[in-house]
Design a protein around this ligand. Structure first.
Ligand code: FAD
Length: 521
């Protein structure tokens, strides 16, 4: 057999994990990665949070926002008709699927759904929290011993740190107060702890956050054997997966700089273009298993902001420790996060994840007359993630007769909360109030964010043990019924869960890539 050629669609952490594992497993393979958005960082796919210069950071974010990228739209190959000035926008670096302009998705029931359009995908803008799934969050049909190896490999690819900011005295005090409040109710090993994150700690106490660049690793180091066999093409929109007789044979790609389309032949096609645009591409390619786009889940988010209480903190942190903490923070004013804590998911009594981010300032402008304004102990932004139980009714539909801003079948998201979710949201709200009162005074009280706010969209190409119509892919991420086509990303996750999903998706990608390499060998 000749050396295999692999097409990867999407340059986020998942496409990058496929590229890395496949090239390291197959010494003569070649990988070409197609990314619809522009390269906005150096190195390619790096976290935009690492850019120190505020103007450069803002530019990288704006250029990632596809139809909401302002004056940059034309240079990104976006049709002139897509005009959405002055619209409500999404988190910086992302755009709303339902952005309100021509070719916007219809997402009234899931209005905060967002995506990124840049090399590195959402992984250039993410918070980098990478907890492991636990209890029923785990994919039930992957054996435990193999899972342990997959998740450890995924942690290494993402530069996992369990102890980020663990030397922060304020972070330690937050854990101590939360343990006083909740510790007795939680199982051993699942109490308040530091939140595992992806990145490299620096000697000054700051972090270089991980993006797809770290996952790609040697593929970006000119001079390595892997780099010679890897090519990343930005502004390259894959319009169709070509297939014949039940086998994927390549992709049709539009070069957004020239508008020219061409066919790229491949022995394996990997689609990792996010949980909405991957199923959209399969649909546009006439690959339409019944579960495609269905079983959409996310994490409902109940959040609040709290000013840390001077008396409580003062009992646990000395003035000298506080002064040192503030000095450390001042060295890296560009990155607002100074300590990250959590209470993880556990069963049966705590099917939630609490994420607690300590920062010197609240995430919004606080009126200077507010009693908590200028709090020298700082603030926490924290939120409970609440699970969504998968149902076929929730999902995204594609319309062949109405095209979106990219000229692909437009999307309509259908989504509703059931009694199962609202009961857990109510319980999370009560717990969040307790957590807030344990730490200080509310600056913004607990509130439920609109559907889609989590940015963790799952289930729309879920994996299943058998091809029974409720899944799109097998346990190795191979699309049922189409050889040579593998899908990746959070869309594969079939469970109701509250963990941040990227680590799990990278672990599933490692499994898929290893199996694909074996077949190609
Ligand atoms: P993406 O990173 O979304 O990349 C997909 C890429 O495919 C995009 O660049 C897109 O332009 C490209 N693409 C789409 N269609 C095509 C096409 N037809 N042709 C070519 N290219 C295409 N997750 C966590 O686990 N922990 C967190 O703390 C966390 N925080 C987050 C905070 C923010 C602000 C955001 C935005 C996301 C966060 N996430 C977090 C989610 C995380 O970023 C995603 O889970 C992760 O990026 C998914 O990786 P991916 O490779 O599957 O998709």
């Amino acid at each position: 057999m000749t050396a295999p050629t692999i097409a990867v669609v999407g340059s986020g952490p998942i496409g990058s994990a496929y590229a890395r594992v496949l090239l390291e497993s197959l010494p003569d393979a070649r990988v070409v990665m197609f990314e619809a958005g522009p390269q906005v960082t150096e190195p390619a796919g790096a976290s935009v949070r690492n850019i120190a210069d505020p103007a450069q950071k803002a530019l990288a974010r704006e250029r990632s926002q596809g139809p909401q990228s302002g004056t940059h739209r034309e240079s990104l190959g976006i049709p002139a008709g897509v005009v959405v000035e002055g619209m409500f926008t999404a988190r910086e670096g992302t755009f709303l699927l339902d952005f309100g302009g021509e070719g916007a998705a219809h997402a009234a029931t899931f209005p905060a759904a967002a995506a990124a359009n840049n090399v590195g995908g959402q992984g250039a803008h993410w918070t980098c929290a990478i907890p492991r799934p636990a209890f029923s969050e785990k994919v039930p049909f992957i054996p435990d011993d193999e899972w342990e190896d997959l998740i450890s490999t995924a942690e290494a690819l993402l530069h996992h740190r369990a102890d980020a900011f663990s030397d922060s005295p304020i972070g330690t005090a937050i854990r101590s107060l939360l343990t006083d409040e909740f510790g007795a109710e939680l199982p051993e090993g699942y109490g308040p702890s530091t939140l595992p994150v992806a990145g490299d700690p620096q000697p000054d106490g700051s972090m270089v956050w991980a993006g797809a660049d770290m996952v790609l690793g040697p593929l970006l180091d000119q001079g390595t054997d892997e780099a010679a066999r890897f090519e990343l093409r930005d502004l390259s929109l894959v319009r169709r997966i070509e297939h014949a007789n039940g086998r994927a044979v390549g992709v049709t790609v539009e070069d957004l700089r020239t508008g020219e389309s061409s066919f790229f032949a491949a022995d394996l096609v990997v689609v990792a273009a996010d949980a909405f645009r991957s199923p959209q591409l399969l649909w546009a390619s006439d690959i339409r298993p019944p579960a495609l786009g269905r079983y959409l889940t996310e994490h409902h988010v109940v959040i609040c902001t709290v000013a840390l209480d001077a008396e409580k903190m003062g009992g646990l942190v000395t003035d000298e420790q506080l002064a040192r903490e503030l000095a450390r923070r001042a060295q890296n004013a560009a990155d607002p996060v100074a300590a990250v804590n959590r209470i993880p998911f556990s069963e049966p009594d705590h099917p939630f994840s609490l994420q607690v981010m300590y920062a010197e300032n609240p995430p919004f402008q606080l009126d200077p007359t507010h009693p908590s304004a200028g709090n020298r102990w700082g603030y926490v932004n924290m939120g409970y993630g609440v699970r969504k139980h998968p149902r076929a009714e929730d999902g995204v539909r594609f319309d062949d007769d109405e095209l979106d801003w990219r000229g692909l079948p437009n999307m309509t998201i259908e989504y509703a909360l059931t009694d199962a979710e609202t009961a857990e949201i109510d319980e999370a709200t009560v717990r969040l109030r307790r957590a807030g009162e344990a730490l200080g005074a509310f600056v913004a009280g607990p509130r439920l964010l609109p559907n889609g706010s989590s940015l963790h969209y799952m289930g729309t190409m879920r994996m299943g043990k058998t091809d029974d119509g409720t899944s799109v892919a097998d346990p190795w991420s191979r699309v049922w019924g189409i050889d040579g086509l593998v899908v990746g990303g959070n869309a594969l996750i079939p469970t109701a869960n509250t963990m941040n999903p990227t680590l799990t998706s990278v672990a599933l990608a490692v499994r898929g890539a290893r199996a694909a390499a074996q077949t190609l060998r």
